[in-house]
Ligand binder design. Structure first.
Ligand code: PLP
Length: 383
């Protein structure tokens, strides 16, 4: 398949000769009027109705017991890991194939990542890799799973739903239960993605969403902690809002809290975007179907949702035949002003995580060398 025909295909889909970004936001609903409401009311900061509205909308949509809005997705993950009991010196299992925020969130609690391989089915944490690594390196004690050599507690596992495709959750939950490890889902990319009918981020103890500018919906910057029970939710709200004990005028804080509360201004944008989510999902799934048909039978393998899942197709991706054809695709597309991007460098290649424990990362390295993300913005043309 000629790279030129790929470029033409994308230009035809978006009907433009201008630069085509990887993922751009659109504000075609009530976003402007809700944001203007907050300005007119002066309640742009920590008080106002939109934060509660946005959280309730998210609870209704995802089916989670409690959703707590935060300043960004990294903060949501950081708070979720803290709430799950991650402490200085603990180990946290995650993927080497992820965005750096997953690891930064645990690093700043003083924990260390363990990088395990991903599954080719989901591009997310492999339950087989996790069980194998634990069987070889861990033992189950009264304090939980302990690393045999370093004696560090393996406190949590953070699978990430890569590009919106849900990980193999039943299998991961079984491994976590067997080893007494808390499951925290990095669902930053997967709002609108369902695992066997259940929304991603709601099966673990906690899940974290992101509403950064490039995600399926945006609040400018923002995130959300999804909590499995109402009790966990009460504590999540407390900890992310300075852990202040309610009182009309006294200042009393009962633990070291975070100031991660989402401002009302951003939540107003979120309420408007939430009303557009179904339309965005439809447009993105239509786009994915068009890519799938276009690449069928070619040397580019289009990444599809796993059989058990309904994916939001946040970022479309192809796996190239080899590293050279990946480099050529990236070069030609970007030269033609049609944005294409490689997947993140594996986390153990970054200086701050180079010493982390890991397995052979065979599938992760395969995907790292070959995967290219393609333009994925929702567009009215795809309705
Ligand atoms: C976007 C993203 C985050 C963090 O979100 P921010 O809102 O940018 O802090 C975390 N993990 C993954 C996998 C992401 O893609």
């Amino acid at each position: 398949m000629k790279i030129n025909s790929i470029i033409e295909f994308v230009r035809d889909v978006y009907n433009t000769s201008e630069f085509i970004p990887l993922h751009a936001p659109t504000f075609l609903g009530n976003e402007k009027s809700y944001v203007l409401d907050t300005l007119n009311s002066t309640f742009v900061s920590s008080v106002g109705k939109f934060v509660d509205d946005f959280e309730h909308k998210m609870e209704a949509y995802t089916g989670t017991a409690r959703a707590v809005a935060t300043v960004n997705g990294t903060a949501a993950l950081n708070a979720a890991l803290y709430l799950a009991g991650v402490k200085r010196g603990d180990l946290v299992i995650t993927q080497a194939l992820t965005f750096v925020a997953t690891c930064n969130a645990l690093y700043h609690l003083g924990a260390e990542p363990v990088f395990l391989d991903v599954s080719r089915v989901s591009l997310g944490l492999s339950p087989v890799a996790m069980e194998n690594w634990l069987a070889e390196n861990a033992e189950l004690t009264e304090q939980g799973a302990i690393h045999r050599i370093t004696q560090q507690v393996i406190r949590a596992a953070v699978p990430m739903h890569t590009f919106g495709h849900p990980v193999e959750l039943d299998e991961l939950i079984a491994v976590c239960n067997k080893w007494n490890i808390a499951l925290v889902e990095d669902a930053a990319e997967s709002l609108g993605s369902f695992y066997n009918g259940q929304h991603t981020g709601t099966l673990g103890e906690y899940g974290a969403l992101s509403f950064n500018g490039n995600k399926i919906i945006t609040t400018g910057g923002g995130g959300m902690v999804l909590c499995k029970t109402a009790e966990l939710g009460v504590r999540a709200k407390h900890v992310t809002t300075t852990a202040k004990v309610p009182h009309p005028y006294e200042f009393y804080h009962d633990e070291p809290g975070f100031n991660y509360r989402m401002p009302n201004l951003n939540a107003a944008l979120g309420c408007g975007q939430m009303e557009m989510l179904e339309a965005f999902l439809q447009q993105k799934r239509n786009l994915a179907e068009r890519y799938d048909i276009f690449f069928a039978g070619s040397e580019y393998h289009f990444v599809k949702e796993p059989a058990y899942a309904k994916s939001n197709y946040w970022l479309n991706a192809v796996i190239c035949a080899d590293g050279d054809s990946r480099d050529e695709l990236l070069l030609q597309m970007n030269n033609a002003k049609v944005m294409a991007r490689p997947i993140w460098k594996l986390m153990h290649r970054l200086p701050m995580f180079a010493q982390a424990m890991r397995d052979d990362l065979e599938q992760s390295e395969y995907i790292e060398a070959r995967l290219v993300n393609l333009p994925s913005s929702p567009s009215e043309r795809l309705s």
